[in-house]
Design a protein around this ligand. Structure first.
Ligand SMILES: NCc1[nH]cc(CCC(=O)O)c1CC(=O)O
Length: 316
């Protein structure tokens, strides 16, 4: 008998639930024993001390400690929320599986069961995400966006305590925590597009662990993989050309010639006053090409300028 697989996870309720699903899939699909190993991340520590997340430079803060534990051989597998990992590859680490995705949409948890449209102008909506903030402003409802952070439970608690009237969260996190009953509105992607990779998990292992790379591939869902590849290609291409808040969603749909990807994306000025929106379809086998072409189209439409001078552009 081989030793149990050590599945590295952040310590939050959401992370241990997500990693628990992967450990369970390892047991049932691979027939191997698996144990969770909690790894404290820089992101968890900063959250504890109250330091604003942005001061750590954004992308990947929750991810590096898990990857270090993987590279040091303290764990065999690392499980992340896919939307939290950078688009560029990490040397020595393979993204070995993207399991079937949860519903990727954003949701509202508001006081008194309200939807965003039912909240009076001036209501306080909590989010720490520039993507959510800009899309909330773009709805034109006069909502005041309040910067909040903390794990899912902490953020929902701010509605219960009256600190904010509503919060916007990923539906997937609430689904995994069994808290969907608290959702008061599911946001249609036509109005609010999720983050690239939202609702999907990333299963990583050391690239030189070749037997494990081969075995864990069984947990990969090719449709989810294609969708998140397209979304992350949009992100990667726009990251290179612009730093505006960005949403992207790819779905696999039945087209005339079989399955194809349908990709939608938006880049916005921070105040939501300006946006560049685009959509396209393409073959699932060329997911990153489809996403890259969509991003290039958005750059040609002015996505790169959104951050610079929204006011001047509005007056022009
Ligand atoms: N940024 C934190 C984060 N990373 C992944 C999720 C939720 C689960 C997912 O999107 O897969 C969340 C919380 C949220 O955005 O509400």
């Amino acid at each position: 008998m081989s030793a149990p697989l050590r599945v590295g996870t952040r310590a939050s309720a959401l992370a241990t639930t997500q990693s628990g699903h992967v450990a369970e899939a390892v047991r049932t699909r691979l027939g191997r024993e698996a144990v969770l190993v909690e790894v404290t991340t820089e992101g968890d520590r900063s959250q504890a001390s109250g330091t604003p997340l942005a001061s750590y430079g954004g992308v990947g803060v929750f991810v590096s400690a898990l990857r270090e534990a993987l590279l040091r051989g303290e764990v065999d597998v690392a499980v992340h929320s896919l939307k939290d990992i950078p688009t560029y590859p990490e040397p020595g680490i393979t993204l070995v599986a993207v399991p079937p995705r949860e519903d990727p949409r954003d949701v509202v948890v508001a006081r008194d069961g309200l939807t965003l449209g039912e909240l009076p102008a001036g209501s306080r909506v909590g989010t720490g995400s520039p993507r959510r903030a800009s899309q909330l402003h773009a709805l034109g409802l006069g909502l005041e966006v309040v910067g909040i952070r903390g794990n899912v439970g902490t953020r929902i608690g701010k509605v219960a305590s009256g600190e904010v009237d509503a919060v916007v969260l990923a539906r997937a996190g609430l689904a995994r925590l069994g808290r969907l009953d608290e959702v008061t509105e599911v946001l249609d992607p036509i109005q609010v597009l999720p983050a690239p990779g939202q609702g999907a998990l990333a299963v990583e292992c050391r690239s030189d662990d070749t037997e494990l790379v081969a075995a864990l591939a069984a947990l990969d869902d090719p449709r989810t993989r294609a969708a998140v590849e397209a979304e992350r290609a949009v992100l990667a291409a726009l990251e290179a050309g612009c730093s505006a808040p960005l949403g992207a969603l790819a779905e696999v749909a039945e087209g005339e010639d079989g399955e194809e990807l349908w990709v939608r994306a938006v880049a916005l000025s921070e105040d939501g006053a300006l946006s560049v929106r685009a959509s396209t379809t393409g073959p699932t086998g060329d997911a990153s090409g489809v996403g890259t072409r969509l991003a290039r189209e958005m750059l040609a439409d002015g996505a790169a300028d959104l951050m610079d001078a929204p006011v001047r552009k509005l007056q022009a």
